[in-house]
Design a binder for this molecule. Structure first.
Ligand code: CU
Length: 434
């Protein structure tokens, strides 16, 4: 578990003392950081409000949002806290431990892949902190490949950005790297590996990073007690399996050839095509260096052929439902963690698009379908106005399949817990069809 730490700390990466620690789980210090895996229902159901009165409870009347005062201000993109500051004595540090390993992940009954998993889960655990908190992550690499963690959308100091052979050396097998940053800006964000990103994200190296604002405009205007985080990505299971096997074989022989971490890092840089500058790269090619894109074993089929489309690591019907009650607002945080755009559509309702990339919009937008592009996050509020069981899915129909067969993929259900009280009658087959 995490150790408690307060006040200024001398942050040294690749500290050999850290590599001997036993990393098992990711946890916040002092219970202040709420953690969950994948879809998170953060609180019990709130009191039921009869659906006929529900419009009075939602902070919305006449099609306009009341109390939404988010005026345009260019300075709002400036960091609230100097990103290069260090923790001052007495400042609290939220500390987390993330251990990377190879484990088997089951997308659906009968469909398993080998994954790179943070603390054994696909996707990794949710990190949830409050804006302004210091965040210290001990990232221990227990896999035979190099990795980093990139804090997507976070205003970190340059050295903490997690770009391998760019802002840091890749974190090698058995090594630990300490990431330290202040949580800003607030909102829905995520983290992911930045080494061989396409493969490593498919293999599971991503997770949500929720930074709670001190004053939440979304919650003020749309009071809610339950929320869900949906990380969207897609996988070419054939490629992931093939590349993971190849990677383990290759890295195993490299380690046998040379146990020197320094040489390993340099060899990895060469293999990946990283150089100190463009001139060195051009000179190396002139001298006979063959870049990886020339020697690629992928041949004429360079693009992944995605065959599974995941919400929090699972495909329908194994995706978790969104639970709601009549008159309730729920907040849904959608994260475009993969390589494809997805177009999330809700049946039977309009919803409010309230935030994008973490920041509240200048005005909420009423939609029934919202695009979630790679690298973006989208927050929506669903109002419990129409009891029943409703599909919520990517409207790009390719993504509602499992290995080419409908139904499946990026689909879940908005389930009213009180649907039967309102006379809704649907056959059981609608609840889970596969
Ligand atoms: Cu990685």
């Amino acid at each position: 578990m995490s150790k408690k730490s307060e006040g200024k700390e001398d942050i040294r990466c690749d500290d050999p003392a850290l590599t001997r620690r036993d990393f098992i789980s990711l946890a916040g210090v002092g219970g202040a950081a709420a953690l969950g895996v994948g879809m998170l229902a953060s609180a019990p159901a709130q009191a039921v409000t009869a659906v006929k009165n529900s419009h009075k409870t939602m902070g919305v009347a006449g099609g306009k949002t009341e109390g939404w005062t988010n005026t345009f201000n260019p300075a709002s993109t400036n960091p609230l806290y100097p990103p290069r500051d260090a923790p001052k004595p007495g400042e609290k540090i939220q500390e987390f431990e993330i251990e990377l390993g190879i484990s088997v992940h089951e997308i659906l009954p009968g469909v398993k892949i080998h994954g790179f998993t943070y603390n054994g889960t696909y996707p990794g655990p949710e990190i949830r902190v409050t804006e302004g908190d210091w965040v210290l992550v001990h990232f221990k690499n227990n896999s035979p490949e190099f990795h980093t963690i990139h804090w997507h959308g976070i205003m970190v100091a340059n050295e903490m950005d997690g770009v391998p052979n760019g802002t840091q050396w890749g974190v090698g097998p058995g090594q630990t790297f300490k990431y330290l940053f202040r949580a800003q800006p607030s909102g829905t964000h995520f983290y992911h590996c930045h080494n061989m990103t396409n493969l490593h994200v498919q293999a599971g190296m991503f997770g949500s990073l929720i930074i709670e604002p001190k004053d939440d405009l979304v919650r003020r205007v749309f009071p809610y007690t339950r929320e869900y985080t949906l990380l969207l990505n897609e996988v070419d299971t054939v490629r992931v399996e093939r590349e993971m096997e190849e990677m383990v074989r290759m890295m195993g022989s490299m380690q046998k050839m040379n146990e020197s971490p320094k040489l390993m890092r340099e060899m990895n840089g060469r293999m990946m095509g990283w150089f100190v500058d463009k001139k060195a790269f051009v000179e190396a090619v002139k001298s006979g260096y063959i870049p990886p894109y020339v020697s690629s074993r992928r041949g004429q089929n360079p693009t992944p052929n995605f065959n599974y489309f995941l919400i929090n690591g699972k495909s329908y019907p194994m995706t978790d439902e969104l639970l709601i009650r009549s008159g309730e607002n729920i907040r849904v945080r959608l994260v475009g963690a993969g390589a494809m755009s997805h177009f999330m559509h809700l049946h039977g309702h309009d919803f409010w698009h309230v935030a994008q990339d973490g920041a509240p919009l200048a005005a909420p937008v009423r939609l029934n379908t919202v695009a979630v592009h790679p690298g973006t996050t989208t927050d929506i509020i669903i109002q419990g106005t129409n009891p029943g069981m409703w599909h919520f899915h990517d409207h790009s129909d390719l993504s509602t399949t499992n290995n080419g067969v409908f139904p499946g993929g990026m689909m879940t259900m908005l389930m009213y817990e009180d649907a039967s009280e309102h006379g809704v009658k649907v056959p059981e087959i609608v609840q889970v069809s596969s």
